[in-house]
Design a protein around this ligand. Sequence first.
Ligand code: SF4
Ligand code: SF4
Length: 501
Amino acid sequence: MIDFNVAPFEVVRDYDKCVNCRVCERQCSNEVHHYEEGFKKMISDSTKCVDCQRCVCLCPTKALKIIPNQNSFRPNANWQQKYLTEIYKQAETGGVLLSSMGNPEPFPVYFDKILINASQVTNPSIDPLREPMETRVFLGAKPQTVQRDADGKIKPTLSPRLKLSMPIMFSAMSYGSISYNAHAALARAAEKLGIYYNTGEGGLHKDFYKYSANTIVQVASGRFGVHKDYLEDGAAIEIKIGQGAKPGIGGHLPGAKIVGDVSKTRMIPEGSDAVSPAPHHDIYSIEDLRQLVYSIKEATEYKKPVIVKIAAVHNVAAIASGIARSGADIIAIDGFRGGTGAAPTRIRDNVGIPIELALGSVDQRLREENIRDNVSLVVAGSIRCSADVVKAICLGADAVYIGSAALVSMGCHLCRTCNLGKCNWGIATQQPDLVKRLNPDVAAERLINMLTGWNHEIQEMMGGMGINSIEALRGNRLMLRGVGLNERELQVLGIKHAGEV
Ligand code: SF4
Ligand code: SF4
């Protein structure tokens, strides 16, 4: 049969440097490299390469590089090569195209079109090395009024809340979609940093109950791994309605990944596909959502904040307004660039809206309706650096979730083939030989280092603006200016253009 496809990448080996050590052969789970006895040299099958960069990083003589395949179809502004390649694939398989991680298409990245203010002359900046800066954040409903008892003492009427040392948490990534060691690293880093990681919809492995003070447990439509102890052990409970990478559809973890402890933790048989339905079958309205929120609160004696997570879609502001009235304490909104272990490519690349626009419109709507303090807002969907965090907070977020950035800090090179289960970095895989490549202690240390650096940078940016607390930064749109944005975009974001006072 003719293979219509063209390998997207080309493996280039510098034979002057290659010493035939065969490290690349051992490191590549896609069997790209092998030693050819006849030629007495290493050769490569580029058609299998997914550009994960593992062999490049581990080659002791730096003899390898992976480059985009120079062989191209005849250029066509309409029929780009990727469309032809995808049609060939579907013509062979008849299946839905699957991808992983976030939307890679060239839609505008609004964070890159927003600039941050700094103080000059009249309003002094603050030196974060010499003056206190408050990056702690409390997530949950804020009291509207101060209530006092008969003796005039303030009544402690605070609703349950999460306390974060910095406005960043690790977003939901299930055990199953990522490995045991990746989960262990997230849990350890969250504990050390004083933040939270999130189980995703895969349940909580018994070994990780000891991190419960820093764990957010998720209740998704499949209810995998959800039971009383699970709910009681989480510091907060997140109801997942939607996910940025695949709004409107459920989750799917292939049976091949439902092995051993993954199957036990999810409470489903080994080898069976874990397919969570598109909707929660008991939620068809905000009233239904309210019932689930209060069922969970009742089951956990009103001690835990409840988060409702949705994907950023066209009417996100109206939906958030309903959620803010449902009794939820925190709304998490995931933008269309949010990562995933597996999603249909067409959905990932064409459904949803950017998180910056969603956040701008939700925050403004909740303020207009005077219910902004009923809930905290946590946003996700390709937060790449500390400046994105600061911009998100200025646009109205209380905190952000990071997923892809966390995986990248552990070694992920965004090859976007997590769905194949052969992650060479030991992250998105359940193959024991690959899982052990990720040392959870080293990975936790890298996560801690990255976020320690981000937290310093956040303090420097805040200090530059003359602001000394996240609370004073939240929704402070005066600190932002747009560049190259049209009137409509500026209006949705709620910011002025650069050069405007
Ligand atoms: S798949 Fe990864 S390890 Fe294998 S050849 Fe390509 S870059 Fe190297
Ligand atoms: S987690 Fe692994 S498979 Fe997924 S994008 Fe990153 S390197 Fe690739």
